[in-house]
Design a protein around this ligand. Structure first.
Ligand code: HEC
Length: 92
């Protein structure tokens, strides 16, 4: 598992080109979300999961990214990201 995560990290580019920036909804934490959440997989994962996840769901998702997959994030960043996701992509 550790080796897998290392491989994923090595294979991931540090950032995606600009065209990816326009896809996520405007919001104070959008750039943060792009910076923290688009390194390992496409940012499409966010809109794709918006019909299923409410605030609690997004919280669990972000936690899983950090704890299981080793996504690098500070606790205050996680809070902002969960807030952004719940506000813009939360299930009603
Ligand atoms: C360290 C790498 C990494 C980072 C950074 C990362 N993820 Fe993931 N994410 C994964 C992996 C690995 C999977 C599961 C395999 C796959 O489907 O690609 C995944 C899957 C997902 C899924 C699909 C549902 C699931 O649980 O499998 C969502 C939604 C998601 N990530 C959201 C996020 C969000 C939001 C962030 C930023 C807070 C984020 N990811 C940051 C590695 C990462």
């Amino acid at each position: 598992m550790t080796a897998l995560v290392a491989l994923i990290l090595l294979a991931s580019p540090p950032g995606y080109p600009d065209e990816n920036r326009v896809q996520l909804k405007e919001g104070p934490a959008r750039d943060l979300v792009l910076g923290r959440c688009a390194a390992c997989h496409s940012q499409d994962y966010i809109p794709m999961n918006s019909p299923f996840l409410d605030r609690k769901g997004w919280e669990a998702e972000v936690n899983k990214m950090v704890k299981v997959f080793g996504a690098p994030m500070q606790p205050d960043e996680m809070a902002k990201i969960v807030d952004y996701l719940a506000t813009n992509y939360g299930k009603n």
